[in-house]
Design a protein around this ligand. Structure first.
Ligand code: SME
Length: 165
């Protein structure tokens, strides 16, 4: 029997379809709840447990000039990231999704986990234009993420931001 918050298995034909299905699961999971921590925690758990080859996924929230870690799944991570530093800081500053197939080739990548190989980071911008933070997903596999993943993660983040109202 499936638990109350256990998502049904996804049987998608391709990556865009997989992310569309996952986005609808996000909507269902977060429906009716606006608490940031609760939603961020469940969102991280859903993504971590659904997508293959993810070593870490979670939130960094804007605080002052920098970012501070929020709910995540995976090993303990760097707590604070200074303004503009690392892939997360680049996403926060540019407000553009950062797709990094090989973190060793990203000049300012911050290693929270020495085994990290590839990464995608999506900026989270509120309706009023202010920055909530970023959504960061890491893998131990080189080039784990492609454009379909970047767009898919953006779709998931849109569903996440919508749920917050
Ligand atoms: N690699 C990130 C730092 C966060 S950890 O990977 C969880 C970066 O370069 O911004």
């Amino acid at each position: 029997m499936r638990g109350m918050f256990e998502a049904p298995a996804i049987t998608a034909a391709d990556k865009p379809a997989l992310y569309r299905e996952l986005a609808s699961q996000v909507q269902g999971l977060l429906h009716g709840e606006r608490n940031l921590i609760a939603n961020a925690a469940n969102f991280s758990a859903l993504v971590f447990n659904t997508l293959p080859d993810i070593s870490w996924c979670g939130f960094y929230f804007a605080e002052g000039d920098g970012l501070v870690v929020g709910p995540f799944q995976g090993k303990p991570a760097c707590v604070r990231i200074a303004r503009g530093r690392g892939v997360c800081g680049a996403a926060a500053l540019s407000r553009q999704t950062q797709l990094v197939p090989d973190v060793a080739a990203f000049p300012d990548h911050i290693y929270c986990d020495g085994a990290a190989q590839s990464e995608v980071v999506v900026p989270l911008v509120r309706a009023d234009g202010s920055l909530l933070g970023v959504w960061d997903v890491d893998s131990h596999r080189l080039a784990r993420f492609d454009e379909d993943d970047a767009h898919g993660m953006e779709m998931l983040c849109t569903a996440f931001m919508k749920a917050l109202g």
